[in-house]
Design a protein around this ligand. Structure first.
Ligand code: ADP
Ligand code: ZN
Ligand code: ZN
Length: 817
């Protein structure tokens, strides 16, 4: 009997591929193991085995595999099931899910590598200059890739050089597969064993009298080793003794110090005292009880708790129970960088059982976390991460917490799979038969709807911890203020006055300005033109700190122009305002105070956010100006006043969720005020003081907002009453995109009729010189989603078969908002 395996390849291809294996291999292999397999003419890919079987493929002859890469599966059965579900629900390939789901270091690369032929003794005189250069380079580096050789020789085509060297038997060329993951080695030093004798030690120190720097190193090493009772890293030693690398090296050369290497875990947990768990107050206690009870009958519970009600402490109690049974917990957050605070709180309770998973970590760090979770190691029982951690290889999941479950960052837009991690948490919870807790002060409409319709349980927590009152929210009518000339720049007299008072009392202020759709752009006073991005259909945004105009879509930038590029007029002014302008105006109003700014521009780098947040916590900043980053669950102790510079930009965003999102955003920023002692104050500046949402924010009336928005959704056929699937066509040829979109929309309308909207250009219809056009398909509740998708797939298949449309790309987004 012959043996075969099905393999998922990390490619956007529908099917699994079948390869032939021997009987012995078939016995050894298990689903979830990696194999290297040939694909196409000359490529080698890493794939994951999905099935081992005895059926030969009908349409092609199965090739044998190249190599088995694991002794044990690196992907669990549950993950394989989960991937399948995701691919089918989000209409993408399992290969795309695979690529998102495991660290890229697990996917070996196949590249041509050039190495020296060990036996070769070439006559150097017979080599050309380029050949000699390459030959020489290979003396010091064991192998070079084609791309590296291109750089080395500084010429485009190097194949002839390589070929010639191959013929002269100087080098060999082979396809080499290699692991990218390398355990991290750390350099350590210790005193040479002879000096453990005291007399020898004294002798040494005397000898080093004339080398004070070296003497200092020895003494420091001695005291570090005594103090920490651990091996001492070269880096620590050099820091503590202020010695240079050469000083330490000369001691190693003299054999005073011995050097050695140890493999370390990349993510070292800083040892901290584990704090005693807090005691819950009566309201938290009650909520905890209710959550626990709800889990007896239902897997999913929504905890609707006002800001600063102490939801985190409730999570902590639940987590405690789960890990005491040896099970794992997944704690999903909208954005890791912003939640350094929360991570350190969790570490306080659970010490080194907390593992953090984040895309800003290096590939190697991620591999370590992945493996620790796969092995259910103790150092990865509580896994904290952003949306992609939904894919980790949990063995025994006992609880999933989704904190700030309403956040839009749980949704992945690009590339596929375009999933929502909050929704997937519910699916994963089902797979593991474990509980899922969604927490928010401003739940997503869908989640509240599910709780309202008894799909989820609902638990309310209406009090802030410590009986602090929710902040008072005051609406400031800026139309009126402008009319009465009571505005300085974008600051109303009310806002200015309250900032002054707050700062006078030594308290802090947060100012919120959403930049989305409202960035400062340059406009000509004479002809009204503003500079456009050459690659995208948007105006360039003005950045005053470096006097640049930048495109926020493609990164194109140019120096600020002194004259209008259309008519030459020197009269240019900026229109719209972003955080930068708020900051500038604020500095003019309050020159004696420290102003900080938190937005995409100031928070680049791994620790960008943390620095700003820490400075604000330490009160090195008095007023913090920021975008929606400020809203995400931060817990500051000394903020009395929050100012929302302009509510209208949020409300007017062209999207059916704009009102829901505005409510959430405003209430979340408001929640940063007055978290500890006295009641805080929030000022909402707006041109529409009577807007329903503004009113609902000011009275903190979530339920009213929910009911009104739900009614609108019902009327206009949006979620949760209708499911949405958005199809985006992309292409470089404008008319082709139009034709293709018309063809597709027509095909879809023939089946789904009025529930197909478009085709329509999105607000930015060209990005990086590609045109975009959208079609929206709405699926009513009574219509089968599975069947709808099948029909759509068929239409897509016919579409792709049409020659002229081959150059167009189709992007399918299920639940796009
Ligand atoms: P939420 O996540 O609901 O906005 P937090 O969990 O951040 O609220 O709690 C708000 C503040 O109250 C935090 O500083 C937290 O340390 C404190 N807190 C909450 N519950 C307790 C408790 N039971 N004992 C002591 N402090 C608490
Ligand atoms: Zn002009
Ligand atoms: Zn651009």
């Amino acid at each position: 009997m012959s043996h075969f395996i099905n393999v998922i390849l990390p490619l956007p291809l529908e099917k699994h591929f079948t390869y032939a294996v021997s009987g012995a291999e078939a016995d050894f292999l298990q689903p979830g193991m990696r194999v290297a397999v040939p694909f196409g003419k000359s490529k080698v890919y890493t794939g994951i085995i999905s099935k081992i079987h005895g059926e030969a493929p009908q349409l092609y002859e199965a090739k044998p595999i190249e190599q088995i890469l694991d002794e044990q599966p690196v992907v669990t059965q549950k993950q394989l099931k989960f991937w399948k579900w995701i691919a089918s629900y989000y209409m993408c390939a399992e290969g795309e899910v695979l690529r998102a789901a495991i660290p890229s270091a697990f996917l070996l690369e196949s590249e041509t590598v050039v190495q020296l032929n060990k036996e070769a003794k070439p006559d150097e005189a017979t080599l050309s200059d380029d050949e000699f250069l390459l030959f020489e380079a290979l003396q010091s580096q064991s192998s070079l890739k084609i791309q590296e050789i291109v750089q080395l020789l500084d010429r485009k085509t190097v194949l002839s050089v390589i070929n010639s060297l191959v013929e002269k038997k100087v080098v060999v060329v082979n396809q080499e597969i290699y692991e990218q993951y390398k355990p991290k080695m750390e350099r350590y030093v210790q005193l040479h064993a002879v000096y453990s004798e005291e007399a020898k030690m004294h002798e040494l120190l005397d000898n080093l009298d004339r080398a004070p720097k070296q003497r200092e190193v020895v003494l420091t090493l001695f005291s570090l080793a005594a103090k920490t009772k651990k091996h001492v890293k070269v880096s620590e030693l050099s820091k503590a003794s202020k010695a240079s690398a050469t000083t330490i090296k000369s001691l190693i050369d003299k054999q005073v110090l011995e050097e050695f290497h140890l493999q370390t875990q990349r993510m070292q947990y800083e040892e901290k005292e584990i704090s005693a768990a807090v005691e819950l107050n009566e309201f938290q206690e009650k909520a905890l009880d209710e959550v626990q009870q709800s889990f007896e009958s239902e897997n999913v519970c929504l905890l609707h708790g006002v800001t600063s009600s102490g939801k985190t402490e409730i999570y902590v109690k639940l987590i405690e129970n789960v890990i005491s049974e040896g099970k794992q917990v997944l704690f999903l957050l909208p954005e890791i960088a912003l939640t350094a605070q929360l991570i350190s709180r969790l570490q306080n309770y659970f010490g080194e059982q907390v593992a953090v998973y984040h895309s800003k970590y290096s590939v190697n760090e991620r591999v370590e976390v992945y493996q620790n979770i796969l092995a259910n190691n103790k150092n990865a029982r509580v896994v904290v991460g952003v949306r992609s951690s939904i894919f980790l290889p949990f063995q025994e999941l006992g609880l999933i917490v989704v904190d700030e479950e309403h956040e839009s960052t749980f949704k992945q837009y690009d590339p596929a799979p375009r999933y929502n991690a909050r929704d997937l948490a519910v699916v994963l919870g089902n797979l593991h038969k474990c509980n899922v807790l969604l927490g928010s002060a401003t739940p997503a409409l869908e989640s509240y709807f599910n709780a309202d319709h008894h799909k989820y349980k609902l638990v309310n927590l209406n009090r802030r911890f410590g009986n602090v009152l929710l902040p008072k929210i005051e609406v400031v009518d800026i139309k009126e203020k402008y009319r009465k000339k009571r505005m300085k720049g974008h600051f109303s007299d009310r806002l200015e006055e309250e900032i002054r008072e707050t700062l006078g009392n030594g308290e802090q202020v947060i100012l919120f300005q959403n930049r989305r759709g409202f960035s400062p752009i340059l406009e000509c006073n004479t002809c009204g033109q503003s500079p456009q991005c050459p690659n995208c259909d948007v105006s360039l945004t003005f950045h005053s700190h470096n006097n640049q105009l930048r495109c926020h879509y493609c990164g194109y930038h140019m120096a600020l122009q002194q004259k209008c590029m259309a008519c030459g007029s020197p009269e240019l002014s900026t229109k719209g305002f972003g955080t930068e302008q708020v900051e500038t105006e604020l500095k003019a109003l309050f020159p004696e105070h420290k102003i900080g700014r938190m937005d995409l521009d100031t928070t680049r780098g791994k620790h960008g956010y943390e620095k700003i947040i820490t400075a604000f916590e330490k009160r090195e900043i008095d007023v913090l100006v920021g975008t929606q980053m400020l809203t995400k669950g931060l817990d500051f102790r000394n903020v009395r006043l929050v100012g929302i510079m302009n509510a209208d930009t949020l409300l007017n965003f062209p999207d059916f969720r704009a009102h829901e999102r505005s409510f959430q955003l405003m209430l979340q920023v408001a929640g940063r005020a007055g978290r500890t002692k006295e009641q805080g104050l929030v000022l909402v500046q707006t041109y529409n003081p009577h807007h329903r949402i503004v009113q609902q924010v000011s009275t903190n009336n979530y339920v009213e907002m929910y009911e009104e928005q739900l009614e609108e959704r019902r009327q206009y056929k949006y979620p949760p009453f209708f499911r949405l699937i958005r199809i985006t066509l992309k292409g470089r040829d404008f008319s082709r995109v139009n034709e293709g979109a018309d063809w597709l929309a027509k095909g879809l309308k023939q089946v789904f009729g009025e529930h197909v909207l478009g085709p329509e250009f999105p607000p930015v219809a060209r990005i990086r010189n590609e045109y975009y056009k959208n079609i929206l398909v709405k699926i009513p509740q009574e219509q089968s989603v599975t069947r709808t998708k099948k029909v759509m797939e068929k239409i897509f298949t016919s579409f792709r078969a049409i020659g002229p449309y081959r150059s167009l790309r189709l992007v399918i987004n299920v639940d796009p908002y």
